[in-house]
Each structure stands twice: as structure tokens, then as C-alpha cells.
Design a protein around this ligand. Structure first.
Ligand code: SF4
Length: 505
């Protein structure tokens, strides 16, 4: 199997950098469905540019390459231990090449292993089959959407939808609730894998496996096919829209399986995948490990571009900001404004925020822009180079953000998915603003970063360190302003009202 590791590195690289054709088609349809000149269509323009940039430069579509999860079928007699070793070696190699972000963190010490290897990482599922070739499928599902997975135990009482019983109507309510609760935090529009039944642990596995179905397939079970179609229609009436900005498309796919359950249990497990829906597969020669065939893509066909021109079409209405920012400038911003930020900013996410609660910042944050981002960085010579740098889900910092703004004078926070009432109150009190970047647009934003100036707290690992960067025309949308307005709160309220109407249908 001399080619096995090479083939697996190619599978990881393609999965991380080149969105499959069925997902591209669904996203293209999303672009056509949205009204032009809306916040959702602006977000989609950036997403489409990002998809093209990632494929052109073989860069990670999103900086969060998730928990690499492999599903492997082997012919009887093939040594699975060898395959596991090759997968682990390929994962470490792809991480070194910057195709995967180092994402494996020791849950007890908090230490990042640096190579995506560790206890339980990567995840590998093996199954034998009666075919001659090996099949390896891979999904890279990032933490933002993984955190929006949800499991329901029926009967249940659901917010906005009321009681959900142990029947298909109850299941329908759970799935609609899953889309609503994700809002923009899982980088909508999303795709769902759903398992009706099974037990808690296996239900999630089956749900995730549904994400290997192509978005345009039809469930062979007519009952499930009808439910999938109904969910697609109803979920897209909710109005969550791209990145949760409000819009016509909230869901690009819904794939449902049913598995037997215990008489006492009735679980509905939902795996929520973001628009950066990265899954591919290969067939391998069982003797050499060479790729004989790709699944989901035809490498002989040219990759169809998502945009006609590179970049985010500017309207001239964008507000140019130069960081660090003054209170006066920040207070003049309002929800809906599109800003282009040039100047210096700092990254900071979970570890940095926890650190700042107990320690002074290693840099002066007065007037600063704090970017919720865990980038992919590679050291080339003495310099750090940005390989991928989109925003991470901000709501995780809700317990800390208000204190960080008050204590250290931060003027703008960039992230995705919005933040809660504590942060909104601090923005108003201190004259600060929350800017929504476009989740997953890791290549687009990497190009907005002119230079990595420095790094602090590198002991937290690459994604969690505090990177000091200089940006040029970094595009974002004001979604929470210093006047107490929050687009996220408004969209959640409006979509919640529509969800209530759907309960009665
Ligand atoms: S697109 Fe968003 S949810 Fe998906 S992996 Fe990237 S940051 Fe996470």
C-alpha cells in the first residue's frame, strides 16, 4: 500500500479546499433566491468569492477544519491497523501543510497537540464490505456548527412550538426547532443530518452519516422523503437567512434516517452542518492504496466558479474605519452599516478571554478591534503567514465580553453569529460595536490581512493565541451597535414568530 498515505493527504486537501459540486449547486441556488442588496446577499457574495479563492489557491475554505471524521469500508482481509496508521500520518502531514488547522486539544490540560492527533482524534469508523476496493469518506465539520447539533428526547415541550409527541409530527417540530435555534451561529444556510430513534450515542453517528448523502438525492423511503421535502419548505419560510442576517434560504439540505429504538426512548438527533459543507470520498486500490475513483466530484471536469469576478462588490456606501477606533466614530455606526477596516487588530477567542478575566492584556487594547478568530498560521522562515482567518462563533465569549470591553477599552469586536444582552449593554455603555464577519470566509479574510505583526500567548496554541495583525479593507457588517440595537435579537424574534405559526400548521 505504498500510495495509501499520499492518497489520503490528497483526500484531506481536496475536502478542505474544494467544496463538492452538489454543495456548490445548492449555494448557487441560494444566491439566486436571495434579494439583491440585502445583508444576506452581501454575505453570500463574500462566501462565493471565498469558495473560489480556496479552490484557486488550495487553501482551507474555512479555518476551522473541525474534527476530521473518516468512514472507511474495507474488503475482508485488509489490515485496518495499517489503514489507521496511514490516516493518522496523513492527518499530521496535512496539518503541517496548512490544509488542516491544529484542532486537537487535550481536554484535561488544554494543550493543543499541534498535529491533530490525540486521544480519539481523528475519528475513524471502520466497516467491512464484500467489495474489492477500499472506500474512505471524510467530513470536516467545524466547531461552530458542531455546537449547534442538538438531540431531543420525545415527548418534549419545545420553545415556540409547544408539545412534540412520539410521532412524525413531533419529529417535524424538533427539526424545525433545530434550524431556528442555530440562527446564524452555525454559519447558515445549513444542511441537516437527522436520525429518528436509536440511542443517544449512535443517534448522533447516524445523523452525521446522513451528511454523506448528496444534497439533491431523494430518500428511498417515501415517508421520509415527504418529511425531508416538507422541512425544506418550512425551514426556508423561517427567514434566518445567510449568517442569520435574515433572508429566504436558511437550509440547503435535510437528510433523515430512521433507526430502531428502545421502547422507552425516542430520540431525534440532529447534526447541523454549515454552508462550508466539506465532505468527499475516494475509492482506493486495496493492494497499492492508489485512488481509483473520487466520490461526489469528477476531477476530469473543471471546477465551476461561483463568481464572475474576484472580491466583494463595493457599493460606495461602505464606511471606512481606521483602527484603533475613537468612541465618536464608533457611536456614529448603526446596525446595517457595512464597514471596511484598515489598521491593526488583535485576535482573541476562548483562551484569551478566559485569560483576560484574571490577567491584564499583553498589549494595550484601548480603542482596539478584537477579532474572534482562530487562524491557520504557518511559520515561513522567521515570519508567520496567514493561511486562513475567518471569524469564529462569538456567543462563546458572552460570559466575558462585557467585562473585557469595560476593563480594557475595546472599541469593536468582530466575530460571527452575534452576542447576547450582556455584551449589548456594554456596547451601549462604553461606546463599542459588534461587527459580523462572514463565517467560513477564511480565504477572503486571509487576503485582508496584510501582515502578521506579532503574537502573544502562543502557549495557548495557534488557534487560541493572540495574533497582532494589520488589515486592509476588512469587510464586516454592524449587527450590534452602541445604541442598543441588535440585528441578531431582531431576527431571532421575527423567526420565532414564524416558528410559532408553523406549530399550528
Ligand atoms: S463555516 Fe462557520 S460553522 Fe462552518 S466550520 Fe467555518 S466557522 Fe465553523
Amino acid at each position: 500500500m505504498q500510495f495509501l498515505q499520499k492518497s489520503l493527504v490528497e483526500l484531506i486537501t481536496q475536502t478542505s479546499t474544494n467544496l463538492p459540486p452538489d454543495v456548490r449547486a445548492a449555494m448557487r441556488a441560494t444566491g439566486l433566491a436571495e434579494k439583491p442588496d440585502t445583508q444576506a446577499s452581501q454575505a453570500l457574495n463574500i462566501i462565493f468569492s471565498n469558495i473560489d479563492m480556496a479552490a484557486d489557491d488550495s487553501g482551507a475554505i474555512c479555518q476551522d477544519t473541525g474534527m476530521p471524521t473518516f468512514f472507511v469500508h474495507t474488503p475482508v482481509g485488509v489490515n485496518q491497523i495499517e489503514i489507521k496508521k496511514a490516516i493518522r500520518a496523513a492527518v499530521a502531514e496535512a496539518t503541517k501543510l496548512g490544509k488542516l488547522r491544529p484542532n486537537s486539544v487535550d481536554s484535561l490540560t488544554g494543550k493543543n497537540s499541534g498535529d491533530n492527533l490525540g486521544t480519539g482524534t481523528p475519528v475513524i469508523h471502520f466497516e467491512q464490505w464484500e467489495q474489492d476496493e477500499i472506500e474512505v469518506k471524510l467530513i470536516l465539520k467545524g466547531g461552530g456548527c458542531e455546537n449547534k447539533n442538538v438531540q431531543y428526547s420525545l415527548p418534549a415541550t419545545l420553545e415556540k412550538l409547544g408539545s412534540a409527541g412520539r410521532n412524525l409530527e413531533g419529529v417535524r417540530k424538533c427539526i424545525l426547532h433545530a434550524v431556528w435555534q442555530a440562527q446564524g451561529q452555525g454559519c447558515a444556510p445549513g444542511a441537516l443530518g437527522v436520525c429518528i430513534g436509536s440511542d443517544r450515542a449512535h443517534g448522533y453517528d447516524v445523523a452525521k452519516e446522513q451528511l454523506f448523502r448528496t444534497l439533491d438525492d431523494v430518500n428511498p423511503d417515501p415517508v421520509l422523503a415527504e418529511l425531508e421535502a416538507r422541512i425544506m419548505t418550512e425551514a426556508n419560510e423561517l427567514g434566518v437567512g445567510a449568517m442569520g442576517f435574515g433572508g429566504r434560504v436558511s437550509l440547503i439540505g435535510c437528510k433523515i434516517a430512521a433507526a430502531n429504538r428502545l421502547p422507552a426512548s425516542f430520540f431525534v438527533s440532529v447534526a447541523y452542518n454549515c454552508w462550508a459543507f466539506r465532505r468527499l470520498g475516494v475509492r482506493l486500490n486495496a493492494a497499492s492504496g492508489e485512488i481509483t475513483n473520487w466520490l461526489y466530484r469528477d476531477p476530469s471536469l473543471e471546477v465551476e466558479r461561483m463568481t464572475k469576478s474576484e472580491g466583494f462588490p463595493l457599493t460606495g456606501r461602505e464606511i471606512v474605519l481606521t483602527a484603533p477606533l475613537t468612541e465618536e466614530k464608533v457611536r456614529s455606526l448603526k446596525v446595517g452599516d457595512v464597514v471596511l477596516i484598515s489598521g491593526e487588530m488583535y485576535t482573541g477567542r476562548d483562551a484569551v478571554h478566559a485569560y483576560l478575566m484574571k490577567n491584564p492584556p499583553p498589549v494595550d487594547l484601548h480603542g482596539a478591534v478584537l477579532y474572534h478568530c482562530g487562524p491557520v498560521m504557518l511559520k515561513e522562515g522567521d515570519e508567520w503567514k496567514v493561511k486562513a482567518a475567518g471569524p469564529t462563533t462569538s456567543i462563546r465569549e458572552e460570559p466575558y465580553q462585557a467585562d473585557v470591553i469595560r476593563k480594557y477599552g475595546v472599541r469593536a469586536v468582530i466575530g460571527k453569529g452575534g452576542m447576547g444582552p450582556k455584551t449589548l449593554a456594554a456596547l451601549k455603555e462604553c461606546g463599542a460595536v459588534y461587527l459580523n464577519g462572514i463565517g467560513g470566509a477564511a480565504q477572503y479574510y486571509a487576503r485582508s490581512i496584510e501582515k502578521v505583526l506579532d503574537v502573544n500567548l502562543i502557549e495557548f496554541g495557534i488557534p487560541e493565541a493572540m495574533w497582532h495583525i494589520r488589515t486592509k479593507n476588512f469587510a464586516a457588517i454592524v449587527t450590534m451597535d452602541a445604541h442598543g440595537n441588535s440585528l441578531h435579537a431582531d431576527v431571532e424574534k421575527e423567526t420565532g414568530e414564524r416558528l410559532e405559526e408553523l406549530a399550528a400548521v
